[in-house]
Design a protein around this ligand. Sequence first.
Ligand code: F6P
Length: 535
Amino acid sequence: MDWQSRPRCDETPAWRALGAHAAAHFSGPQAFDLRQAFAQDPARPWHLAVQGPHVYADLSRALIDAPARALLLRLAEECGLAAHRDAMLAGQHVNVSEDRPALHPLMRWPAESPHPLENLRQIQRQSASELSNMLSFAEQVRAQGRFDDVVHIGIGGSDLGPRLALQALAPDILPDAPRVHFVANMDGHELAGVLGRLRSATRTLFVLASKSFGTAETLRNAQSARDWFLAQGGPPQALAEHFVALTARPDLARALGAGRCFTFPEGVGGRLSLWSVIGLPVALAVGSAGFRALLAGAHAMDQHFAQAPLSANLPVQLGLLDVWYRNFLHFPSRCVVPYHHGLRRLPAYLQQLEMESNGKRVDARGRAVPFDTAPVIWGEEGSGAQHAFFQLLHQGTRVVPVEFVAVRRAAHDLPEHQARLLANALAQARALMLGHTDENPQRCFPGNRPSIFLLLDRLTPASLGALIALHEHRMFTSGSLWGLNSFDQWGVELGKRHSLAIEQALNQGDCSGLDPATAHLLALLTQPPPQDDPR
Ligand code: F6P
């Protein structure tokens, strides 16, 4: 099937059959119940296990049955998912609104083997050479011991991936690595806090990470960092040595005074750019070998996504479950709870990945979609989350599917902690599913609340790479069935435009032209503090 003329999910017979199946078996008094499903099929954990590279998924506690799974596979086939995936991996312009390919899988193609496709070979060669320059630079910085501190300035995709990776790979950080700090926010408290912790301007490297080099937060923070460097006595002629850029627009970065620029292609989406030179802080911390292992783990997941049959394809199976939950069981959100401190930023990372990619109400052909798309992604690390929002998960009025991410072997040697942590994760899933009956209604738990487990053996660069790539392809799968272009993000533009107008009004003290709600708050925010303010 040609990927450009494939039908959208709601135009297929499988979609209608799924609707009928959900109505007949997943609503009303006879609705599917996990406790009965396990009673009828105790081998459910084996039947609903999917193994991908580095990641094992236990889907046995998902609210799904064998006929729904079979119909979802039919849906994927009728929607031409495989043709769309192949087109994406072959560098075709699947980002139709921007007329670009989606090149993130190419960034982790092994440097030593030329890409089999002629159209991608040249870009691969260039990107591999940029990446290798970036990695050599990282090695050099560490070997020379020239910098004590590195400040990575970037936001969204230019921040979340490196930040997540550095936290996740904390035990792999090399002893001679400089301290890496992140600054993303327009709020000066973040930059001021980091600047206050630096040892000295002359021993600090600033990394300006921005694909577009036009993002207001990054440009403001870069300018303030530069001002600070000079104010601290940093010599102006040393600016180029202390400011490097990671970008698809080296022209703009140089115009702003960055010295070395490491580049990546426009076809790599910001939220999918960890694998490109945007990974510099990760390479500085864990070294080239660690960074290459991250890429290798992600590449293994790419190969699995490209080759495994859809029925045993981990990203596809998760993406299909997402469609089932969103469109047929109508769950508005998905809660991600990593039971590993290193993965505490995973929910934030997945929020951008899923909600910026698939949070859309118009399909790739510009037609309004008559069904729901991306769920709200939220979450927090376990076990802390148990003492915050698990109450609602167990006894709240709405069902929220929970996604546990657990790691079998810890990097610390406190075995009692690891056993307890894993026991907590298992206990929560069990309690959600089994529920509890009690004479006192306050103490009743309805049960039949769904969850899945994603299991890693250890959290390593390779398994982290695979875990993140898994979610990229999962997002592609649901977006593909929904008929979306998952690679643009027009929805973030309007707020940016408004903020320029409001800033202008703020600076000029003139609210005319603003709506009354904005003008009212602006007046309150710009009022001088009262005379008797003790501060
Ligand atoms: O505003 C959204 C966005 O464009 C994201 O897609 C992107 O990750 C982020 O801003 C940062 O963009 P850039 O890397 O171009 O500064």
